[in-house]
Design a protein around this ligand. Structure first.
Ligand code: ADP
Ligand code: MG
Length: 238
Protein backbone atom coordinates (compact mmCIF):
# COMPACT_ATOMS: atom_id res chain seq x y z
CA UNK A 1 0.00 0.00 0.00
CA UNK A 2 1.31 3.43 -0.78
CA UNK A 3 0.61 6.44 1.42
CA UNK A 4 -1.40 9.17 -0.24
CA UNK A 5 -1.25 11.63 2.61
CA UNK A 6 0.13 12.02 6.07
CA UNK A 7 -0.44 14.66 8.71
CA UNK A 8 1.86 15.01 11.69
CA UNK A 9 0.35 16.84 14.63
CA UNK A 10 -1.71 19.37 12.67
CA UNK A 11 -3.78 21.90 14.59
CA UNK A 12 -6.20 24.67 13.72
CA UNK A 13 -7.84 27.11 16.13
CA UNK A 14 -10.47 29.79 15.66
CA UNK A 15 -10.99 32.86 17.81
CA UNK A 16 -14.34 32.88 19.57
CA UNK A 17 -15.00 36.08 21.47
CA UNK A 18 -12.30 36.44 24.09
CA UNK A 19 -11.25 32.78 23.85
CA UNK A 20 -9.94 30.39 21.22
CA UNK A 21 -11.59 27.22 19.99
CA UNK A 22 -9.18 24.43 19.16
CA UNK A 23 -11.14 23.01 16.19
CA UNK A 24 -8.46 20.47 15.23
CA UNK A 25 -5.86 19.57 17.80
CA UNK A 26 -2.62 17.72 17.13
CA UNK A 27 -4.01 15.26 14.58
CA UNK A 28 -1.65 12.69 13.08
CA UNK A 29 -3.07 10.58 10.32
CA UNK A 30 -1.84 8.35 7.50
CA UNK A 31 -4.14 7.54 4.61
CA UNK A 32 -3.16 5.12 1.86
CA UNK A 33 -4.19 5.26 -1.77
CA UNK A 34 -7.45 3.45 -2.39
CA UNK A 35 -8.88 3.82 1.12
CA UNK A 36 -12.52 4.76 1.79
CA UNK A 37 -12.46 6.59 5.12
CA UNK A 38 -15.29 8.08 7.14
CA UNK A 39 -14.55 10.89 9.58
CA UNK A 40 -17.28 10.85 12.17
CA UNK A 41 -18.13 12.60 15.39
CA UNK A 42 -20.69 14.92 16.88
CA UNK A 43 -21.46 18.36 15.56
CA UNK A 44 -18.60 20.70 16.45
CA UNK A 45 -16.04 17.89 16.87
CA UNK A 46 -13.83 19.33 14.12
CA UNK A 47 -14.78 17.10 11.15
CA UNK A 48 -15.21 19.87 8.59
CA UNK A 49 -12.12 21.71 9.79
CA UNK A 50 -10.03 18.55 9.43
CA UNK A 51 -11.47 17.91 5.95
CA UNK A 52 -10.73 21.51 4.95
CA UNK A 53 -7.16 21.11 6.19
CA UNK A 54 -6.79 17.90 4.15
CA UNK A 55 -8.31 19.69 1.14
CA UNK A 56 -5.93 22.66 1.43
CA UNK A 57 -8.86 25.00 2.02
CA UNK A 58 -7.41 25.80 5.44
CA UNK A 59 -3.78 25.97 6.51
CA UNK A 60 -2.68 24.30 9.77
CA UNK A 61 -1.14 26.60 12.39
CA UNK A 62 1.27 23.90 13.42
CA UNK A 63 2.22 20.44 12.30
CA UNK A 64 3.11 19.00 8.92
CA UNK A 65 1.03 17.84 5.99
CA UNK A 66 2.50 15.71 3.23
CA UNK A 67 0.28 15.06 0.21
CA UNK A 68 1.56 12.78 -2.58
CA UNK A 69 5.07 13.07 -1.17
CA UNK A 70 5.06 16.87 -1.06
CA UNK A 71 5.05 19.03 2.09
CA UNK A 72 2.10 21.34 1.40
CA UNK A 73 1.46 23.23 4.65
CA UNK A 74 3.94 26.02 3.93
CA UNK A 75 3.47 26.33 0.16
CA UNK A 76 2.28 29.62 -1.33
CA UNK A 77 -1.45 30.09 -1.76
CA UNK A 78 -1.04 29.89 -5.56
CA UNK A 79 0.70 26.53 -5.36
CA UNK A 80 -1.89 25.23 -2.91
CA UNK A 81 -4.70 26.35 -5.21
CA UNK A 82 -3.06 24.55 -8.14
CA UNK A 83 -2.78 21.32 -6.12
CA UNK A 84 -6.39 21.71 -5.02
CA UNK A 85 -7.61 22.02 -8.61
CA UNK A 86 -5.51 19.19 -9.94
CA UNK A 87 -5.44 16.63 -7.13
CA UNK A 88 -8.63 17.04 -5.09
CA UNK A 89 -12.32 16.64 -5.86
CA UNK A 90 -14.75 18.25 -3.41
CA UNK A 91 -18.34 17.31 -2.60
CA UNK A 92 -20.27 19.33 -0.01
CA UNK A 93 -23.66 18.84 1.63
CA UNK A 94 -25.49 21.14 -0.75
CA UNK A 95 -24.72 20.70 -4.44
CA UNK A 96 -23.30 23.96 -5.83
CA UNK A 97 -23.61 24.10 -9.60
CA UNK A 98 -23.47 27.00 -12.03
CA UNK A 99 -27.19 27.64 -12.65
CA UNK A 100 -26.73 28.91 -16.22
CA UNK A 101 -24.58 26.00 -17.33
CA UNK A 102 -25.86 22.56 -18.30
CA UNK A 103 -24.99 19.46 -16.28
CA UNK A 104 -22.35 18.57 -18.88
CA UNK A 105 -20.84 22.09 -18.86
CA UNK A 106 -20.67 22.01 -15.05
CA UNK A 107 -18.79 18.72 -15.18
CA UNK A 108 -16.42 20.15 -17.81
CA UNK A 109 -15.24 23.02 -15.57
CA UNK A 110 -12.20 21.30 -14.00
CA UNK A 111 -11.12 20.24 -17.51
CA UNK A 112 -11.31 23.84 -18.72
CA UNK A 113 -9.02 24.89 -15.84
CA UNK A 114 -6.72 22.02 -16.81
CA UNK A 115 -6.55 23.31 -20.40
CA UNK A 116 -8.06 20.21 -22.04
CA UNK A 117 -9.29 20.98 -25.61
CA UNK A 118 -13.03 21.05 -26.18
CA UNK A 119 -13.69 17.78 -28.08
CA UNK A 120 -11.69 15.77 -25.57
CA UNK A 121 -13.37 17.67 -22.73
CA UNK A 122 -16.85 16.71 -23.94
CA UNK A 123 -15.90 13.07 -24.15
CA UNK A 124 -14.30 12.91 -20.70
CA UNK A 125 -17.18 14.84 -19.08
CA UNK A 126 -19.75 12.55 -20.74
CA UNK A 127 -17.92 9.50 -19.39
CA UNK A 128 -17.99 11.01 -15.89
CA UNK A 129 -21.74 11.72 -16.15
CA UNK A 130 -22.22 8.18 -17.38
CA UNK A 131 -20.26 6.89 -14.36
CA UNK A 132 -22.76 8.54 -11.99
CA UNK A 133 -25.75 7.26 -13.98
CA UNK A 134 -26.68 10.56 -15.65
CA UNK A 135 -25.63 9.90 -19.25
CA UNK A 136 -29.03 11.15 -20.48
CA UNK A 137 -29.08 14.35 -18.39
CA UNK A 138 -26.09 16.17 -19.85
CA UNK A 139 -28.15 18.93 -21.45
CA UNK A 140 -30.39 19.58 -18.47
CA UNK A 141 -30.07 22.75 -16.41
CA UNK A 142 -29.38 22.22 -12.70
CA UNK A 143 -32.89 23.52 -11.90
CA UNK A 144 -34.35 20.66 -13.96
CA UNK A 145 -32.60 18.05 -11.81
CA UNK A 146 -33.59 16.62 -8.42
CA UNK A 147 -31.36 17.17 -5.37
CA UNK A 148 -29.92 13.67 -5.71
CA UNK A 149 -29.24 14.19 -9.43
CA UNK A 150 -27.54 17.53 -8.71
CA UNK A 151 -25.33 15.80 -6.15
CA UNK A 152 -24.44 13.19 -8.81
CA UNK A 153 -23.41 16.00 -11.16
CA UNK A 154 -21.19 17.37 -8.38
CA UNK A 155 -19.67 13.90 -7.95
CA UNK A 156 -19.07 13.64 -11.71
CA UNK A 157 -17.35 17.05 -11.58
CA UNK A 158 -15.28 15.90 -8.58
CA UNK A 159 -13.97 12.81 -10.40
CA UNK A 160 -13.70 14.17 -13.96
CA UNK A 161 -10.01 15.09 -13.82
CA UNK A 162 -9.12 11.87 -12.01
CA UNK A 163 -8.01 13.48 -8.72
CA UNK A 164 -5.83 11.59 -6.26
CA UNK A 165 -8.26 12.39 -3.44
CA UNK A 166 -12.03 12.81 -3.16
CA UNK A 167 -13.29 14.75 -0.13
CA UNK A 168 -16.96 14.77 0.82
CA UNK A 169 -18.48 16.75 3.70
CA UNK A 170 -21.87 15.34 4.77
CA UNK A 171 -22.61 14.49 1.09
CA UNK A 172 -25.95 12.88 1.92
CA UNK A 173 -26.95 15.31 4.68
CA UNK A 174 -29.62 17.03 2.61
CA UNK A 175 -31.04 13.93 0.90
CA UNK A 176 -33.88 11.53 1.74
CA UNK A 177 -32.81 8.06 2.84
CA UNK A 178 -33.33 6.34 -0.52
CA UNK A 179 -31.41 8.96 -2.47
CA UNK A 180 -28.77 9.00 0.23
CA UNK A 181 -28.39 5.25 -0.17
CA UNK A 182 -27.90 5.64 -3.93
CA UNK A 183 -25.17 8.23 -3.40
CA UNK A 184 -23.41 5.99 -0.86
CA UNK A 185 -23.57 3.06 -3.31
CA UNK A 186 -21.95 5.34 -5.85
CA UNK A 187 -19.12 6.11 -3.39
CA UNK A 188 -18.70 2.37 -2.76
CA UNK A 189 -18.39 1.85 -6.52
CA UNK A 190 -15.80 4.62 -6.83
CA UNK A 191 -13.87 3.00 -3.97
CA UNK A 192 -13.96 -0.33 -5.86
CA UNK A 193 -12.63 1.56 -8.91
CA UNK A 194 -9.58 2.26 -6.72
CA UNK A 195 -10.31 5.85 -5.76
CA UNK A 196 -9.39 7.35 -2.39
CA UNK A 197 -12.38 8.86 -0.59
CA UNK A 198 -12.60 10.69 2.72
CA UNK A 199 -16.18 11.35 3.80
CA UNK A 200 -17.29 13.39 6.79
CA UNK A 201 -20.54 12.38 8.45
CA UNK A 202 -22.21 12.62 11.86
CA UNK A 203 -24.48 9.64 11.01
CA UNK A 204 -23.42 6.16 12.11
CA UNK A 205 -25.27 4.35 9.32
CA UNK A 206 -23.50 6.53 6.73
CA UNK A 207 -20.07 6.07 8.33
CA UNK A 208 -20.65 2.31 8.37
CA UNK A 209 -20.51 2.29 4.56
CA UNK A 210 -16.81 3.20 4.66
CA UNK A 211 -14.01 0.72 5.18
CA UNK A 212 -12.28 2.73 7.90
CA UNK A 213 -13.82 5.02 10.51
CA UNK A 214 -12.02 7.79 12.32
CA UNK A 215 -13.94 9.32 15.23
CA UNK A 216 -13.18 12.87 16.32
CA UNK A 217 -13.94 14.40 19.70
CA UNK A 218 -13.00 17.98 20.55
CA UNK A 219 -10.69 18.13 17.55
CA UNK A 220 -8.76 15.00 18.46
CA UNK A 221 -8.84 11.45 17.12
CA UNK A 222 -10.78 9.38 19.63
CA UNK A 223 -10.84 6.13 17.61
CA UNK A 224 -9.46 4.87 14.31
CA UNK A 225 -11.15 1.60 13.33
CA UNK A 226 -10.95 -0.73 10.37
CA UNK A 227 -7.60 0.54 9.23
CA UNK A 228 -5.17 -1.85 7.65
CA UNK A 229 -2.48 0.77 8.29
CA UNK A 230 -3.04 0.73 12.02
CA UNK A 231 -3.10 -3.06 12.33
CA UNK A 232 0.05 -3.40 10.26
CA UNK A 233 1.74 -0.88 12.56
CA UNK A 234 0.67 -2.62 15.75
CA UNK A 235 1.53 -6.07 14.36
CA UNK A 236 4.98 -5.11 13.16
CA UNK A 237 7.97 -6.13 15.28
CA UNK A 238 9.64 -3.52 17.53
P1 ADP B 1 -18.01 19.69 12.66
O1 ADP B 1 -17.83 19.69 11.18
O2 ADP B 1 -17.58 18.41 13.31
O3 ADP B 1 -19.39 20.05 13.08
P2 ADP B 1 -16.32 22.06 12.64
O4 ADP B 1 -14.99 21.64 12.12
O5 ADP B 1 -17.21 22.77 11.70
O6 ADP B 1 -17.02 20.79 13.30
O7 ADP B 1 -16.10 23.00 13.89
C1 ADP B 1 -15.25 22.68 14.98
C2 ADP B 1 -15.25 23.83 15.96
O8 ADP B 1 -14.64 24.98 15.38
C3 ADP B 1 -16.65 24.27 16.37
O9 ADP B 1 -16.61 24.67 17.71
C4 ADP B 1 -16.92 25.45 15.45
O10 ADP B 1 -17.82 26.35 16.04
C5 ADP B 1 -15.54 26.06 15.29
N1 ADP B 1 -15.37 26.69 13.96
C6 ADP B 1 -15.35 26.05 12.78
N2 ADP B 1 -15.14 26.91 11.76
C7 ADP B 1 -15.03 28.13 12.32
C8 ADP B 1 -14.80 29.46 11.81
N3 ADP B 1 -14.64 29.66 10.49
N4 ADP B 1 -14.76 30.47 12.70
C9 ADP B 1 -14.90 30.27 14.01
N5 ADP B 1 -15.11 29.05 14.57
C10 ADP B 1 -15.17 27.99 13.74
MG1 MG C 1 -19.19 20.00 9.61
Amino acid sequence: MSPLLQTIGISKAYPSGATIIQAVSNVSLLINRGEFVAIRGRSGSGKSTLLNLLGLLERPESGEYVLEGQAVAELSEDKRAAIRRQAIGFIFQLPVLLPRATALENVELPLIYAGIPRPQRHRIAKDALDRVGLADRGHHWPSQLSGGEQQRVVIARAIVNDPALILADEPTGALDSRTSDEILSLFEGLHLDGRTIIMVTHATNVADRAQRQITLHDGRILRDEGTSTQSSLTESPQ
